[in-house]
Design a protein around this ligand. Structure first.
Ligand SMILES: Nc1ncnc2c1ncn2[C@@H]1O[C@H](COP(=O)(O)OP(=O)(O)OP(=O)(O)O)[C@@H](O)[C@H]1O
Ligand SMILES: [Mg+2]
Length: 290
């Protein structure tokens, strides 16, 4: 069932469906949103792949960048087998454009590559090369979604410093909340203007999801004097693992399942429609590397 927060957003969205940015004025950046978490396995890739496919379905030109470099799996969740990935780009074997793969509803994926040493621990110079390559793609898209690996790796922090908008994914357990808080703290430290939305994924029920949110909010207010926005919660649902087995995002394969409905609510989070930066996203990310 959709919660109160999600229903409000859904109503707002239906009244004002966002148009694709086909006639974006010059000097206005492509929207970019990072999906990150403190702890691993919280559901970032599930959310990022569903967000990408649902936004593409609406007619937005979407680029999903799987920055879980070296341990990428977005392509599996989308039923794709890309020929090239970020590893090939960083090694200079192909251009970023040539590494793009076509996904459902016209979305493009830049895969992260599996087991590539270059990407597990990239140098600053390698990341700079990668960010420059990604910058060359940016203007062709309305929305870039960056799916990160867990935790506070160097490349994640550079993205956090550059982005206007972050989707922070946690579970209701105290370990996930505590690691999520650490990421929240780091994000607001490197980027005080950042807008952060929290998703409590895989929650057993509404009560536990609400308790997790209250706990997160309480700690962030107490220690940092600010809090994220609550985007919503997604129930633990066998439909998610079935969709993973089928290699199709749950909002496509089981659209009426409780998790798909809740994830749909997340994909309609208002700030995604305003996730612009004053200059190109990957130019800002490059500056953050220095
Ligand atoms: N709402 C849910 N209900 C049930 N299972 C879920 C739910 N969300 C995620 N999962 C399960 O958790 C697994 C991990 O999800 P996902 O790969 O999105 O996590 P992640 O945060 O991207 O992990 P990593 O940190 O390794 O990148 C999925 O394969 C899926 O089986
Ligand atoms: Mg992932």
């Amino acid at each position: 069932m959709l919660n109160r927060f999600q229903l409000t957003r859904l109503r707002t969205f239906r009244r004002n469906p966002p148009a694709p940015d086909r006639v974006r004025p010059q000097g206005v950046s492509t929207r970019a949103i990072c999906v990150a978490s403190g702890k691993g396995g919280t559901g970032k890739s599930i959310l990022a792949s569903n967000l990408a496919v649902q936004r593409a379905r609406r007619g937005e030109r979407v680029l999903l960048v799987d920055f879980d470099a070296g341990l990428a799996n977005a392509h599996l969740l989308l039923g794709m087998a890309p020929e090239y990935d970020l590893g090939h780009v960083v090694e200079g074997r192909v251009t970023a454009r040539a590494a793009l793969a076509d996904g459902p509803h016209g979305l493009k994926l830049l895969s992260g590559g599996v087991g590539r040493q270059t990407l597990v621990d990239p140098t600053r110079r390698e990341l700079d090369r990668l960010f420059r390559a990604l910058r060359s793609l940016e203007d062709d898209f309305d929305l870039m979604i960056i799916d990160h690996g867990a935790g506070l790796g160097y490349s994640t922090v550079a993205h956090l410093a550059a982005t206007s908008t972050l989707l922070l994914v946690t579970n209701h357990e105290v370990t996930a909340l505590s690691d999520g808080y650490a990421l929240f703290k780091r994000a607001v430290t490197v980027n005080p203007a950042i807008r952060i939305g929290l998703v409590v994924n895989r929650a057993p029920d509404a009560r536990l999801a609400q308790a997790a949110w209250e706990r997160f909010r309480g700690a962030s207010q107490r220690f940092l004097g600010r809090e994220p926005e609550f985007v919503g919660w997604v129930p633990a649902d066998p439909a998610v693992s079935q969709s993973v087995q089928q290699r199709e995002p749950v909002t496509l394969s089981f659209p009426n399942s409780p998790s798909a409905k809740a994830i749909q609510g997340v994909t309609e989070w208002g700030p995604i429609d305003h996730a612009r930066t004053t200059s190109a996203f990957y130019e800002r990310a490059r500056r953050a590397l220095r």
